[in-house]
Each structure stands twice: as structure tokens, then as C-alpha cells.
Design a protein around this ligand. Structure first.
Ligand SMILES: CC(=O)N[C@H]1[C@@H](OP(=O)(O)OP(=O)(O)OC[C@H]2O[C@@H](n3ccc(=O)[nH]c3=O)[C@H](O)[C@@H]2O)O[C@H](CO)[C@H](O)[C@@H]1O
Ligand SMILES: [Mn+2]
Length: 641
């Protein structure tokens, strides 16, 4: 009996031990499963570390450690989307919400240990869009993956300081834009991207995403978009016949596409792929642009036309649906398209910011860039783009003013009349006006925007000389890479040219100045993704966030009160007449579009002078210079079926 009791006790002990072990094992399994099931809940750095280990082990031909994922089985009899085309005839997926599993994609992508480069251009006044673009990218672009932002700008000192996430870098590439017209600047991107692919991208990143700057991310854009070559469907032309696409139709242009060809109409604002593919694309487009230039023809939609030609002959391996680029302003005027898309678009991932294409106002309040037009003569009155009057305006993270002033501009160290534009980060009430005497020889060249024939090399530059003190962006983690790069491998183009020296005739790449801002974990609440103030401006060094761009007009150019608007209308009329390619485009004319050219023939000497001296042509053309008959939306011909 005693023996029996002993055996029973031993069995019980053994059982309780087993139960304890079982419980511990269950707890371990539970926690590890939880994190497998929800990779997004993992910290990006721990995911990366894990993946790195896996990749290292695999590369060293050691054991492969693959994580276990649980997800819904693909339903072979239930298509993910029935309402839209999800694959092209050349078997490239068209990326629509509902067709992919982000967690699987993230996990698989992490195994590649790849870095993504996001190129964006903020040349001249387009700097106004950069902060919001970057802030939103920090929230939504490739979250959890390594990202290099490549910011091409002619004004590195105006690049906003942001606390970027760990594993990300902001690389400011100083390039000189020697073009007067926004169309040229837009096209010049092809050349610059191709140059920098050779120069550095191929060493630094695996994929490139090339984007406009006048946009903001409004939802997640992740690795689902990446492939060797991708383009994005233009929302304005979704579902139209190829004959209605605004391809370049003149056979004289390299971008020419005949009416019986074409798959889709791709938007110029978002494309990308692997570095070698993006290099091929941008190089081919740049070369085609150069041939066109030599033949005195400019494709109807500039780089976008050439992009469309390229993607027709080099089929992209992925196509992004219009969910990736929402253009509300255009949709408002393309009723049918808006109707079609509103039914099928589940998410709007990138939104084009509003630009005021009308003549009425200098600027318009857009989603979070608030712009106030101020006609200041004797009394300070403010007229906002939305019709509000009185006082300055603060909205979102930016504060903007534009207007005329006689006398002292806020914070101006000297009094001079002029049209000026200033911006400052939220939380900063002051203005910094960089004074420049309009009559000084230094300001007579580039800064004043004297007209030069297209492509003419120009002397002088913003960033050297007396204003050097303001030049280098400041801020924690910011490294001027010039020294390192000069000391490193040889750069075929040297360092460009010295102050006052001659610009290289090609546009950027070799020898450009660059600064790198590395993402470091900021104090809690300061990062844009940490749920705090999205402006991230609390720690911003003054020089990089508070800046002013000034434009000078002489007194006689401007009439009181409405002078600003009048001058702008005149310049715009002039510019439109000079530049808009629709005039010669029969297809556009057939669609009832014409160029707004009310003032071209009526320009007197004074107005010509204004036109000559306005260096903010870009800014104006950014505001808009088109008008189409029968619609208030200008821009493109209406693609009615
Ligand atoms: C949303 C969309 O449809 N975008 C395309 C469209 O016009 P957009 O009206 O969007 O062109 P845009 O004025 O935004 O110019 C394109 C880009 O060039 C850069 N930029 C331009 C001018 C300037 O002074 N400074 C500067 O930095 C900037 O990054 C800008 O986002 O057509 C262009 C060519 O006609 C391009 O193909 C754009 O990608
Ligand atoms: Mn744009």
C-alpha cells in the first residue's frame, strides 16, 4: 500500500511538473505567435535586425531562419477585385487596394535587405511644398523600411529640418537650375535623376521612387509598389480610349505616339523601379527631350509625354492604380472620370496639392499650406485666396504671405519696395527677410531672373558670397558630404565651379554639393510619426525653417492695391503666349482648348520690364497659366470620350 501511495505521489508530482512545462511552453508560443501574426506591431529596428540575421546566415550558407506567418489562404475561385483590371496583358500586376497582403509583402521585402530612395525636386519656389511632402512621407511612405530621401534643390538652406525616423536619411543635393520655365525644370528632372543614378544611387539604394513635390501622402504607400519598373495610371484619363489620351501626337517629337497605339496614360508625378531601370528610363527620356529641343519642338506634356512613350515600348513590371495619385482639382472638372473613380477607388494614397491656376489670386489656401495674398500699399490689407480678408493667417504647419510692400517688410533689415513671399514654420512668429539691394550687381543676374535663352549657362548663384553664412543647412546629424566625397573616389566633374564661376552645361550630378541628415530617434513626441505635432518644428533651427524669398519689382511697375494682381496677369499672359504648346497642338484645339493670351499683344514697355524683371515666373507658372475654353480647370485638355 505504502508502495502504491509512493507511486501515486510520484505520478502526481510528475503530472504537475508536466503541466507547468506545458503552461510555460504555451506562454512562449502565445507571445511569439502574437508578434508573428502582427509584424506591424514589431518595432522596425527589431524586424530589421532579425531579417539581417536571416539574410546574413543565408548568405553565409548557414541555416535559414524563416519566420512563420499566419494569414488567410488565397481564394482561387474568388478574385480579389472584380471591378477593375488587376493585371496587364503583359502580366504586370495593377496595384489596387484589396489585391495584396501588406504583411506578406513586408516580410518578403525585408529578406532583400533593400533600401528605397525617394527622389523629389524642390527647385525655386516649389520649396513651399517640401515640408509637407516629407512630413507625410515620414508617416506613410515605406514605413518600417530603410529610406533615403533625395532632395534636389537649388536652395539647400531652405530645406526644412525634420526629425526623421531611424533607418532613414535625408540627402540634400544642391543642384543648380538654370531654367526659367517650370516645364524645363520638370523635364530637367530626367537628366538629373539619370546623372545621379550613375553618381550615387546605384551605390546607395536598390529601388528609386521618383515623385513630384506638390503632393502629400495621405495613406500607406509601401513595398507593394516596388518592382523593376513601375508607372502610375493618371486618374484623369482612367478608363478613356487611347485616342483620348493626351499623348504627344506630332510625329516630329520623339514622344510621338500614334492614335492606334498606347496602353494607359501614365502620370509624370510618380514612377520608379530598380536603379538600373530608372537609369535607363530617365536617360532615354532626357535624350529624347534633347533631340526634341534640337528640333525646336516641345512635347505637349513635357517629361510626362516622354515617360509615356518610354513605358509604351518598355512595359512596366507593375502598374500603380489611380489610388496612388489623387488629383482632386482635376477631378472637379472631369465629371465622368470623377464618377468612375469614386466608385472604384478605395484609398487615396497620394494627393496632389491644390495650386491656383486662375488669375484671380496670387495663391490659394490649400490643404495645409496656407497662403495669404497681401496687397500692401499704404494700408495693410490681406486678401486670402478663399476670400477672407484681414490679418495674417496661420494654417497647418505653415504660415505664408505674399504681397507687395512699400517700406518695411516684417523683419526686413532694409526698406525696399517689392513683391515678397515669406514663410515660417508653425511656432515661429517672426520673419526673416534676406535683404538684397535690387540695384546691386550681384542681384542683377540669376536672382533677378533676367531672361536668358533656354539652356543658356548663367553666372552667379544664390548660395555663395555674402550670403554664405545662411547657406549650409544646420541641424543635428547634418553632415556636409563634400569633403568626404572629394576625398573619396574621383568625381568626373570635379566640384562644379567656384563662386561666380561658370556652370557646367549639364544639369547636376557630378560634384554636386550634398548634405546628409540621418534619422535619429528623437525625444518622445517630436517625430512626425510619434503622434505629436506633425510639423516637427519645435526643434527646428531658425535658418532652415524661417526663410523668405523676395522678388523685386520697381515702384512704377505696380499700381496701388491691385497692382500685384495686374502685374501677375500681364506676366502670365505673356508667359502663356510664349510657352504653351497647346497653341500648336491640333488635338488640344479640337477639344476646345485654347491658350489664354489676353495681354500678350498689349504689353507696353513698362509691363515688358516687369516681365523681364520678375524672377518668380516659376512661382507664377506654379500658380498656373492655362485656361481651357468651357471649363475653369485649365491644365490639360479635357479627355471626354
Ligand atoms: C500631378 C502631375 O500630373 N504631375 C505632372 C504634370 O504637371 P504638374 O502641374 O504637376 O507639374 P509641376 O508644376 O508639379 O512640376 C513638376 C515638378 O517639377 C518640380 N519643379 C517644377 C517647377 C519648379 O519651378 N520647381 C520644381 O521643383 C517639382 O518637383 C514639381 O512637382 O506634368 C508635368 C510635366 O508637364 C510633370 O510630368 C508632372 O510630374
Ligand atoms: Mn506636380
Amino acid at each position: 500500500m505504502a508502495q502504491l501511495l509512493q507511486i501515486l505521489a510520484a505520478t502526481q508530482k510528475c503530472c504537475s511538473l508536466r503541466v507547468t512545462f506545458l503552461l510555460i511552453a504555451l506562454i512562449i508560443i502565445f507571445f511569439s505567435y502574437k508578434s508573428y501574426l502582427n509584424p506591424r506591431s514589431q518595432k522596425p529596428e527589431s524586424t530589421q535586425a532579425d531579417v539581417n540575421l536571416t539574410v546574413r546566415e543565408r548568405r553565409g550558407l548557414q541555416s535559414v531562419k524563416l519566420s512563420r506567418m499566419l494569414y488567410r489562404q488565397p481564394q482561387v475561385l474568388t478574385p480579389a477585385r472584380k471591378d477593375v483590371l488587376v493585371v496587364t496583358p503583359w502580366l504586370a500586376p495593377i496595384i489596387w487596394e484589396g489585391t495584396f497582403n501588406t504583411d506578406i509583402l513586408n516580410e518578403q521585402f525585408s529578406l532583400q535587405n533593400a533600401t528605397i530612395g525617394l527622389t523629389v525636386f524642390s527647385i525655386k519656389t516649389y520649396m513651399i511644398f517640401l515640408k509637407q511632402f516629407l512630413q507625410s512621407a515620414e508617416m506613410y511612405f515605406m514605413v518600417g523600411h530603410r529610406v533615403n530621401y533625395y532632395i534636389f534643390t537649388d536652395k539647400p538652406e531652405y530645406v526644412p529640418y525634420l526629425n526623421i525616423q531611424k533607418g532613414r536619411q535625408m540627402i540634400i543635393l544642391e543642384v543648380e537650375s538654370y531654367y526659367e520655365h517650370w516645364q524645363d525644370i520638370s523635364m530637367q528632372r530626367m537628366e538629373m535623376i539619370s546623372n545621379f543614378c550613375q553618381e550615387r544611387f546605384h551605390q546607395e539604394v536598390d529601388y528609386l521612387v521618383c515623385s513630384d513635390v506638390d503632393m502629400r501622402f495621405s495613406d500607406h504607400v509601401g513595398v507593394e509598389i516596388l518592382s523593376s519598373l513601375f508607372g502610375t495610371l493618371h486618374p484623369g484619363y482612367y478608363g478613356l480610349n487611347r485616342t483620348d489620351f493626351p499623348y504627344e501626337r506630332r510625329p516630329q517629337s520623339q514622344a510621338h505616339i500614334p492614335e492606334d497605339e498606347g496602353d494607359f496614360y501614365y502620370i509624370g508625378a510618380l514612377f520608379g523601379g530598380s536603379v538600373p531601370e530608372v537609369y535607363r528610363l530617365t536617360k532615354a527620356c532626357h535624350e529624347a527631350i534633347m533631340v526634341d529641343q534640337a528640333n525646336h519642338i516641345e512635347a505637349i506634356w513635357h517629361d510626362e509625354s516622354h515617360l509615356n512613350k518610354y513605358l509604351l515600348h518598355h512595359k512596366p513590371s507593375k502598374v500603380l492604380s489611380p489610388e496612388y495619385l489623387w488629383h482632386q482639382q482635376q477631378m472637379d472638372h472631369m465629371h465622368d472620370q470623377g464618377m468612375i473613380l469614386s466608385k472604384i477607388i478605395r484609398r487615396k494614397k497620394l494627393k496632389v496639392l491644390k495650386k491656383n491656376y486662375q488669375l484671380k489670386n496670387c495663391f490659394e489656401e490649400s490643404e495645409s499650406v496656407c497662403v495669404v495674398h497681401r496687397s500692401v500699399v499704404s494700408k495693410a490689407s490681406y486678401i486670402s485666396g478663399t476670400g477672407r480678408t484681414g490679418g495674417a493667417s496661420r494654417h497647418g504647419s505653415c504660415f505664408w504671405e505674399c504681397g507687395l510692400h512699400r517700406g518695411q517688410a516684417p523683419g526686413s533689415p532694409r526698406s525696399s519696395p517689392g513683391l515678397w513671399l515669406s514663410y515660417s514654420a508653425a511656432g515661429h512668429s517672426g520673419h526673416e527677410v534676406q535683404s538684397q539691394d535690387p540695384s546691386s550687381p550681384r542681384s542683377a543676374g540669376r536672382d533677378r531672373g533676367t531672361q536668358a535663352p533656354r539652356g543658356t549657362p548663367r553666372r552667379g548663384r544664390w548660395l555663395h558670397g555674402a550670403r554664405g553664412a545662411h547657406c549650409a543647412p544646420a541641424g543635428p546629424g547634418l553632415v556636409d558630404t563634400r569633403a568626404r566625397r572629394r576625398g573619396g573616389r574621383s568625381l568626373s566633374g570635379g566640384s562644379g565651379r567656384g563662386p561666380g564661376g561658370r556652370r557646367r552645361p549639364t544639369g547636376g550630378g557630378r560634384g554636386a554639393r550634398a548634405w546628409v541628415l540621418r534619422g535619429v530617434p528623437g525625444p518622445p513626441g517630436t517625430g512626425p510619426t510619434s503622434g505629436g505635432d506633425a510639423s516637427g518644428s519645435a526643434a527646428a533651427p531658425e535658418n532652415t525653417t524661417v526663410s523668405t524669398i523676395r522678388h523685386f519689382l520697381s515702384k512704377e511697375d505696380l499700381q496701388p492695391t491691385n497692382g500685384c494682381l495686374r502685374a501677375i496677369s500681364q506676366v502670365r499672359g505673356q508667359e502663356t503666349g510664349l510657352r504653351n504648346t497647346w497653341t500648336t497642338d491640333k488635338a488640344a484645339q479640337r477639344q476646345g482648348c485654347s491658350v489664354l493670351d489676353p495681354l500678350k499683344r498689349h504689353l507696353g514697355p513698362a509691363q515688358r520690364e516687369v516681365e523681364k524683371r520678375l524672377q518668380h515666373r516659376y512661382f507664377l507658372s506654379g500658380v498656373g497659366c492655362y485656361e481651357a475654353k468651357g471649363t475653369s480647370w485649365p491644365g490639360r485638355p479635357q479627355g471626354t470620350a
